[in-house]
Design a protein around this ligand. Structure first.
Ligand SMILES: [Zn+2]
Length: 122
């Protein structure tokens, strides 16, 4: 790899674009450019979502919903997390009760809209 740049030692935070394949060494504290695999999961995705909590499979933390902000702490987004855990893309990252509550809110909003446009509703 020819290093054509002027040699000022400025480093960007994430080492994108440069693949550090070769040595099978993992840097524990390296922030960016981290590629997670299923081997990094500390919790079984199949058991992560229960009635009251969802457990983050990357750190084992349980909450009523798993936010994209939390996943950003792990350096991944929601889509990558779902892929990592084998969840379908329509999977909601929240507890079942929490999802039901959200769905009820959506349904209520939809119903209010339906009552406005009754013609469409048979
Ligand atoms: Zn986590």
């Amino acid at each position: 790899m020819p290093d054509a740049g002027p040699g000022h030692g400025r480093r960007r935070g994430s080492g994108q674009g440069r693949l550090a394949a070769g040595h099978g060494r993992q840097r524990p504290g390296a922030g960016g450019g981290l590629r997670l695999t299923a081997a990094d999961l500390v919790f079984n995705p199949a058991e992560a979502i229960t009635d009251n909590t969802i457990t983050c499979c990357l750190c084992g933390k349980a909450a009523c919903s798993l936010t994209s902000r939390h996943l950003a702490n792990h350096g991944i987004n929601v889509e990558e997390y779902k892929y990592l855990c084998g969840y379908p893309s329509e999977q909601k990252l929240m507890s079942r009760n929490f999802e039901a509550k959200m769905r009820r809110n959506v349904q209520r909003a939809q119903q209010a809209r339906k009552e406005k446009h009754r013609a469409e509703n048979a």
